[in-house]
Design a protein around this ligand. Structure first.
Ligand code: ADP
Length: 543
């Protein structure tokens, strides 16, 4: 660990919280620039809404959501309309503060008028979402699933899913929400950080009992009840792929700004935590995506009042150690080097504090010898994947066997590009983002200025007698002003990607009136790409 950084370049950098190091010029970093911002509740809900507008059926795994405070009137109006058209509909909503985590500040309501609107704009920023009232129960308890997903590369897109995850249980038997039980967090919220404080939390050494279990143990149980577990996995895989497809446009904007193409920089990968709720009918619903999922493999136990000790958690260990070990195996620079050069190198791994730190956390403080031994063994297990034998190579005759051979089979399964064909039609906003990035001009920015927008319209030949350049300017000003008034940070002026997407949809609707939205947008993208290719061809010819 190098808490103050390190001068010599490394093959892998392991940051604790986010991508924050602008002086890395090579190697691989375990965080993407902008990931934290992209998966915040409001940004995620916006990205999902855009995809729901384009592909409502494909994206119905994300609960209907509204952004507060700006969409409060819309929320009130839509709920009233739905209630009018279906008087038997008795919905519940869940309000989640934008910056919150671990269930902080979350509450349930039955009526839009119950939203609490006090505090500054920042503190009021939240998402209000339809509450899933009929979750699948096991042992009469609500639970959710934490699945680990490795985004190994953004361009080209490479996604891996861990074969096992965690199931986190509530600690009070579930009842459908009523005015009387709305406030009972141990019944409605599955957060480990909340339920651990309930007197009913059960720490278990077994992976299929207690308040935290492996997801595979739940699948076994479902399978023995006759559930179609294969279908469930395939639904989960498509949920993950579709969610990442919704996130990539924004991530690409951050990426080109922090690591401009053509300049030396690192490549990135990231382990994400997907929180998924299963409905009674086994449909998986996305709750949220965590950019910085906890990798702790022990929990605190209160020995006597006020005296805590870290004790190993076998369930966490089983799932998380495999995820980190396989991530390191997949990004292992030696693999590539061995293939490329038949030579061997030493791997340097630079770990920044906080995340892997948990592996060692408490070892020193452990009084119990057995626990200390256990944790050290665990660290060694993880390090196996990094141990390299100098001079050894798979390809050389009489070389010792690759260290891979001694490891268990991969728990991370590649799902993209493996299933790319099925999902490529959904990647429309990605192509809109490519146009946006093309016209950004100045390297290092994430917002488009008025000149960039005009150049986009001109180069793609989108203005005509019905749509003058003056109208183009008005469109730019209207949309940009509205988006900037909603933004919490005003660091940069100009049009953000989401505003550009809105403007693009607007232009598409104008041009191709009678088609469904995704066809309008696809047609406009094709037109723009064609015209830019022609322009580029002409430039090459003149050049
Ligand atoms: P946080 O980041 O604060 O944990 P989440 O979005 O994960 O916020 O929500 C916390 C918990 O609330 C979830 O683990 C889940 O149990 C419950 N929850 C969240 N959204 C819904 C929903 N739409 N329907 C039902 N339960 C939900």
């Amino acid at each position: 660990q190098f808490p103050f950084g390190r001068r010599l370049p490394c093959d892998i950098y392991w940051h604790g919280v986010s991508f924050h190091d602008n002086i890395i010029f090579s190697g691989q970093v375990n965080k993407f620039p902008g990931m934290m911002e992209t998966v915040r509740k409001i940004t995620l809900s916006r990205a999902m809404r855009t995809m729901q507008d384009l592909f409502p059926l494909e994206y119905n795994f994300y609960p209907r959501s509204w952004i507060l405070p700006e969409e409060l009137p819309l929320f009130v109006a839509e709920v009233r309309m739905m209630k009018d058209s279906n008087p038997s509909w008795k919905p519940t909503f869940i309000v989640k503060p934008d910056g919150g985590c671990q269930g902080d500040g979350i509450y349930l309501i039955k009526d839009p008028s119950d939203i609490r609107l006090t505090g500054s704009i920042q503190s009021r920023a939240a998402v209000v979402q339809e509450y899933i009232c009929k979750p699948l129960l096991v042992d009469k308890l609500k639970f959710d699933i934490r699945l680990y997903v490795l985004l190994k590369s953004l361009e080209p897109l490479e996604i891996y899913i861990a074969k096992d995850g965690l199931s986190r249980f509530c600690t009070e038997p579930y009842q459908e929400p009523t005015l009387k039980n709305l406030h009972q967090v141990f019944m409605h919220l599955t957060n480990y950080s909340l339920n651990i404080h309930s007197g009913n939390f059960i720490h278990s050494d077994s992976v299929n009992t207690g308040s935290k279990r492996t997801f595979s143990s739940i699948l076994c149980r479902l399978s023995s009840r006759g559930a179609d577990v294969k279908k469930l996995w395939s639904d989960i895989i498509s949920l993950v792929i579709k969610t990442i497809i919704a996130l990539t446009p924004e991530l690409k904007v951050y990426y080109q700004s922090d690591i401009p193409a053509g300049k030396p920089g690192p490549t990135c990968f990231q382990i994400l935590g997907f929180d998924i709720l299963l409905m009674k009918n086994l449909k998986p619903m996305l709750l949220e995506v965590n950019a910085n999922p906890s990798m702790r493999i022990e929990h605190e136990q209160e020995l006597s009042p006020g005296v805590f000790e870290n004790v190993p958690s076998p369930v966490d260990e089983e799932v998380k150690v495999a995820v980190i070990r396989d991530t390191l195996r997949l990004v292992d620079p030696l693999k590539k080097k061995r293939k490329d050069t038949h030579l061997s190198f030493h791997t340097y791994l630079l770990i920044f504090p906080t995340q892997l730190q948990s592996l060692h956390a408490g070892i020193a403080s452990m009084k119990d010898k057995q626990h200390k031994h256990h944790s050290l063994k665990l660290s060694l297990k993880l390090c196996q994947s990094l141990e390299q034998v100098p001079g050894a190579s798979e390809e050389l005759p009489d070389a010792p066997p690759s260290p891979e051979a001694a490891l268990p089979s991969l728990c991370l399964k590649q799902v993209f590009p493996k299933y790319a064909k099925q999902f490529s039609y959904l990647r429309l906003v990605d192509r809109v983002a490519a146009l946006f990035i093309h016209f950004l001009g100045v390297k290092g920015t994430t917002k488009l200025g008025p000149t960039g927008f005009r150049t986009f319209i001109r180069n793609c030949k989108l203005s005509n007698s019905n749509f003058s350049m003056a109208a183009v300017d008005i469109l730019y000003i209207d949309i940009t002003r509205r988006w900037n008034s909603m933004a919490i940070d005003h660091k940069e002026s100009g049009m953000c990607l989401q505003a550009f997407v809105e403007a693009f949809f607007c232009l598409a609707q104008k041009k191709y009136k009678s088609l469904p939205l995704h066809e309008q947008v696809a047609s406009l993208i094709e037109l723009c790409e064609c015209r830019l290719a022609a322009l580029h061809g002409k430039r090459l010819l003149w050049g």
